[in-house]
Each structure stands twice: as C-alpha cells, then as structure tokens.
Design a binder for this molecule. Sequence first.
Ligand code: PMP
Length: 288
Amino acid sequence: MKVYLDGQLVEEADAKISVLDHGLLYGDGIFEGIRIYDSNIFRLDEHLERFEYSAKAILLKMPWTREEISEAVCATCRANGLKDGYIRLVATRGKGDLGLSPWLCPVPSLIVIADKIKLYPPEHYEKGLAIVTVPTRRMNPAALSPAIKSLNYLNNILAKIEAQQFGALEAIMLNDQGMVAECTGDNVFIVHKGKIYTPSAQQGALKGITRDTIFDIAADLGLPIAEHDLTRYDIWNADECFLTGTGAEVIPVVKLDGREIGSGQPGPIFKQVLEAFRIRVRQEGTRL
Ligand code: PMP
C-alpha cells in the first residue's frame, strides 16, 4: 500500500513520522475519514471544509491549499487503485520538543491513507446492532469541543472499550447533562411516530457529513426530520433507531440497554433512507 506523506507517495513501511511529532506525543492534530464509492469521493469538499475548521479551531496553520489537499487525496487513491474504500486524512502539528508548546513545531505533516474499512460485522447491517449506554460521557465542549475532529479520541476509545466490556459493538455516549450526544464514531437518529430526530451539535453531536446527507435524503423523500434533544428513554421508546457515519455508513440499531427498539427489527423508514443513501453516494462527489 502506498501512503501520502508530506508531498510524496511512499510504501507504507517507509512512511515514517518523528517520535517527537506532537500528533503522537499529545494527540495534537486533526483528521477526516472520507469514503470513495465507484471512483467518486463522497462530499470531498465538505470534508476538506471541516478539516479546515478543525485546523482553525486548534490554531494549526496549514501550509497547503484546499486544492493541494484534494489532489493529495485523489493521488493516493489512484496510486492504490482504490475505487471503493475509505480514506484517512491527517494533519499533525509536526515535530517539536518534549514540551507542549505547538509553536516549537514549525512544520505540520500531511498524511493520506487510502484503504478499506469495516466498522461492524456485515450481518449487523441486515439484523441491526444491540448497543449500550456507557458511563464515559462525551467530552464537555467547555473542555474540548466535540466539533473538532482532533487526534484526541481517547474519550471515544474509552466508551468503545466500555461497550465491549458489556458485550456490545457500539456505545451511546451521553453529554455531561445526561442527554444523548452520539456514538463513538457515529451520529444517532431515531424515528418516532413517523418523524426522524437526531441530537444537535449543542448536545455534543459532531456535525457528521453522513448526518447532513440524511437530512437531504429525508427532504427528498418528504420525511419530516429535525434536531431534537434525546434521552435514553426516547431511544428505548422509539419506533426505529439507526446510526450514521462515514465508516459505518447507515446501520440499524434494534436494542439499547437490553430494551428492544420498536419491532426489534430494522424499520421501514431506516430501509427507505438506506436505499436512498446507497443511490446518492454513487451520484455525488469528486470524480477521481
Ligand atoms: N461522531 C464522531 C465522534 C465521529 O468520529 C464521526 C466520524 N467522523 C461521526 C460522528 C460521523 O461523522 P461523518 O458522518 O462526518 O463521518
């Protein structure tokens, strides 16, 4: 596999980063996960925009233009013959000293990895996931905004570990007020009495690009959709529940905390949305 690192496409074994890179030492950096479907990079521009917003939020001055980053992404897919898969875009603060100061890291690094990803075993896309609410709360925005896609994912990793300790593949994360925020790498949607609801960014949800796509799909299909504060109770008593994310795509949830959701099967609105999603991802995007 060829990896893009700082202007060059090199073999993965030769793609080396300093042990003094603050991305490694402190999680000081940002990333995006992007999908490519049938040689179309899905909503690349939106991903690059969010990447720029994350960089700005952590005062990381990126010396690359959006076009240069876009070209790096496309070149990495081409070099690997990747037409369907997953792209990881990373910018690290770069090499510094052992202190925290980012100002001693003059040159950030840009990395692109183009590969495949499988978040959940394939059978769960048909039968749905049984998930749990975990004790670890989503990061308080006053400490570190969950809107920033930083390399600091320990909060989500701890939640994932807890889910696995409870025998589940995914976790519902609450915010510090006890409201539903999101999952460890996915946004959460419920369907209740024919309406689709998802928590807002104020409640700790990342403004997911797949989440945005669901709003567009719902508008197309004439399905009512809105941001709404959700508790665990709302999910237990929903008719349907599903998760969205670039890695996960759209996956049904049929149980939360041992409570069956709706019929206990993937619901009709989920199926309608999924069908539209599968069509849409092949139509929109940046052609390789
Ligand atoms: N929440 C978190 C914490 C995530 O890491 C992701 C994946 N980027 C998402 C939600 C879903 O966002 P998107 O649809 O843009 O991949």
